[in-house]
Design a protein around this ligand. Sequence first.
Ligand code: TMP
Length: 195
Amino acid sequence: MFVTVEGIDGAGKTTVVEAMRDEFEEATFTREPTETWLGDAVERAVGDDDSEPLTDLFLFTADHADHLRRVVRPALEEDALLICDRYVDSRYAYQGATLSDRLDVDDALAWVREIHEPWTVYPDLTLLLDVPVETALSRKEAGDKYERAGFLRDVAENYRRLADEDRFVVIDAARDAETVGEDCVNAVRSRLRRG
Ligand code: TMP
């Protein structure tokens, strides 16, 4: 089974993934951006206030293609429990927001999704950590170009749109970390029981 964890910067993904590591010791854990040279290129773009949003999209997407081939597809072929910290929905939500004024399309999120659809693999379960932007930002130190209130509001709005799909479970992540972690673990357990 394939589980992804999503949310705006400061939503508490790291703590949730730690809780899942304690609970699902047999699982394979992975993340996007990855820890490869492609992931390094992505991190450089995230750290560069002046990089072109389309360049960022295609760097993130190149990293995703490599991640699919190297980690995601092999783990799913072995029927592993695979838990991924950020995945395609980060691109749909974040680059859907960075590109909303820059493309000659009505719906940037839908366009980013179209680029992925013919070749990506969707998760069985996506945990969306939902938290007010102010709470999220108060949890972070001085941030990169994505960690700004107005921008994160657009990202959060995109995530809410995506969460209409059945694979999403929305978790109230404004609560204390332990409760949020328990809810996430329970959501995975209940999805595992359903098979
Ligand atoms: P991280 O904080 O989870 O390491 O992610 C790094 C930043 O990159 C974070 O601000 C979210 C952003 N991001 C995107 O904009 N698009 C993507 O596809 C991914 C995976 C991350």
